[in-house]
Design a protein around this ligand. Structure first.
Ligand SMILES: NC(=O)c1ccc[n+]([C@@H]2O[C@H](COP(=O)([O-])OP(=O)(O)OC[C@H]3O[C@@H](n4cnc5c(N)ncnc54)[C@H](O)[C@@H]3O)[C@@H](O)[C@H]2O)c1
Ligand SMILES: [Zn+2]
Length: 357
C-alpha cells in the first residue's frame, strides 16, 4: 500500500507517492508523462541497482538514459551540459519528460535541466536516498554548484510527481540513511510535537527500516515540507524555518571543506547547537532541549563537532551565510518542540559563549 499526499501549488500541484516497490508500479508514472519520449538521468552507482526495473515499468515509452558520475563534486554546469548534450543528440523535444532517479545530486541537476531545456520541460522525481525522499525532491528547488559556492546557479521548477520507493533504501549506505534521519527529526522539532514524540517511540523500527514506520516518517516529513513550501514557495519568510540547525551546520561543513561530515550529520550537530542556544536565551526548556539531543544521539548521529569549534572562523562563516539579510544574522530557533521562529535578536556575545561551550 502506498500513501499519497498532494502538494497544493495551484496549477503546479503534484502528488507524492510513498511506499514499497513503487518502481515496479507503472500507475505511479504513466499518468504524469505526456508524450512518448522519456529521458532518465541517474548515476553510475544507482544505474546497476535500479535502472532495469524502471526500464521495464516504462516499457511503453521511447526511453533514453544519461548516466552521470557519482558525487557532489559533479553537481556542476559541466554535468548539466552533459545531460543537455545527450537530450539534443537524442532529439528530445518539448514534450519529453525527464526522470531523476537518484539522490539529491541527481534530483537537483535533473530538475535544473528540466527547468531550462527548451525553456522548461516536465520532470518526475524518483528519490533514492532518505534525504532526497524527505527533503530535496519536494519543493521545487533545482540547481548546480559554482566553484565559489553551493547551489549558486539554479531555478524553481516543480516536478509532475514524486515517487518515493522505500524499498530502494535497503541498498543505501548506513551513514547516508542516518544523515537523512536528521532531516526527519528536524521536521518534528520545527513544527510537530506529536510527530517528534512518535519518532521517539518508533526509533528502533526506523533504525531497522521497517516498512510501516518508514512510510509514516517519510509521508509526515513530506507533508510538513509541503505545508511550509505552500505557505512560502519562494522563501521569503516561513520557508526559512526549514533551515533549522542549518546555519550552524552549513558553517561546520564549510569550515571542514565538506570532507568531514555528511550534510545531515552537520545538521544534527547544528540542531543540538540551536536547541542549546534556544535554551540559553530562555525560549526552550532544558527538558525539551535534552529530548532533541537525546533523539539525535539515539539515532546514531553526532551531537557535537569532532574537533573544537573555533569561534572566530565560525562567526565569520556564519556571517557569510545566505540567511544574513542586511548584515544582521538571522537564526531559526526553537520555542519548544514543535515550534520554531526566525529571529535576528541573538547577540554576538551569546553566540561566542555558545561556541566556547
Ligand atoms: N533541492 C533541494 O531543496 C535540496 C534540499 C536538500 C538537499 N539538496 C541537495 O541534495 C544533495 C544531497 O543529496 P543526497 O544526500 O541524496 O546525496 P547524493 O545524491 O550524493 O547521494 C548520496 C550517495 O548515495 C548513493 N545512493 C543514492 N541512492 C542510493 C541507493 N538507493 N542505494 C545505494 N546508494 C545510493 C549516491 O550515488 C551517492 O553516492 C546536495 O547536493 C544538496 O545540495 C537539495
Ligand atoms: Zn538539510
Amino acid at each position: 500500500m502506498a500513501e499519497r499526499l498532494d502538494v497544493d501549488l495551484g496549477d503546479r500541484a503534484y502528488p507524492i507517492f510513498v511506499g514499497a516497490s513503487l518502481l515496479g508500479d507503472s500507475t505511479r508514472f504513466v499518468p504524469y508523462i505526456d508524450g512518448r519520449q522519456v529521458f532518465v538521468v541517474t548515476n553510475e552507482t544507482i544505474a546497476p541497482l535500479y535502472l532495469d526495473q524502471l526500464r521495464s515499468t516504462l516499457g511503453e515509452f521511447d526511453l533514453d538514459v544519461c548516466i552521470i558520475s557519482d558525487g557532489e563534486r559533479h553537481k556542476t554546469l559541466e554535468t548539466y551540459l552533459q545531460v543537455i548534450d545527450e537530450l539534443m543528440a537524442r532529439r528530445h523535444n518539448r514534450t519529453t519528460t525527464l526522470l531523476a532517479l537518484g539522490g539529491g545530486v541527481v534530483g537537483d541537476i535533473t530538475g535544473f535541466v528540466a527547468a531550462t531545456y527548451q525553456r522548461g520541460v516536465a520532470f518526475l522525481q524518483i528519490p533514492t536516498t532518505l534525504l532526497a525522499q524527505v527533503d530535496s525532491s519536494v519543493g521545487g528547488k533545482t540547481g548546480v554548484n559554482h566553484p565559489s559556492g553551493k547551489n549558486m546557479i539554479g531555478a524553481f521548477h516543480q516536478p509532475r510527481c514524486v515517487v518515493a520507493d522505500t524499498s530502494v533504501l535497503g541498498s543505501l549506505p548506513r551513514r547516508e540513511y542516518l544523515a537523512g534521519l536528521a532531516e526527519v527529526i528536524k521536521y518534528g522539532v520545527i513544527r510537530d510535537a506529536e510527530f517528534f514524540a512518535w519518532l521517539e517511540a518508533n526509533l528502533t523500527a526506523l533504525l531497522d527500516q521497517q516498512e510501516a514506520a518508514l512510510v509514516h516518517a517519510i509521508t509526515r516529513s513530506c507533508q510538513i515540507k509541503a505545508e511550509v513550501v505552500q505557505a512560502d514557495e519562494r522563501e521569503s519568510g516561513e520557508r526559512a524555518l526549514l533551515n533549522f540547525g542549518h546555519s550552524f551546520g552549513h558553517a561546520l561543513e564549510a569550515l571542514t571543506r565538506y570532507e568531514t561530515y555528511l550534510h545531515g550529520e552537520a545538521v544534527a550537530i547544528g540542531m543540538v547547537m540551536a536547541v542549546d542556544l534556544s535554551a540559553r536565551i530562555g525560549w526552550m526548556s532544558d527538558t525539551d532541549a535534552g529530548r532533541v539531543r537525546d533523539l539525535i544521539e539515539a539515532a546514531g548521529l553526532p551531537v557535537q563537532a569532532k574537533t573544537d569549534v573555533d569561534v572566530e572562523p565560525m562567526l565569520k562563516t556564519m556571517g557569510m551565510d545566505k540567511k544574513v539579510v542586511d548584515g544582521q544574522l538571522r537564526l531559526v530557533l526553537s520555542r519548544g518542540i514543535g515550534h520554531s521562529e526566525l529571529t535576528d535578536k541573538v547577540a554576538e556575545s551569546t553566540l561566542r559563549a555558545l561556541f566556547r561551550g
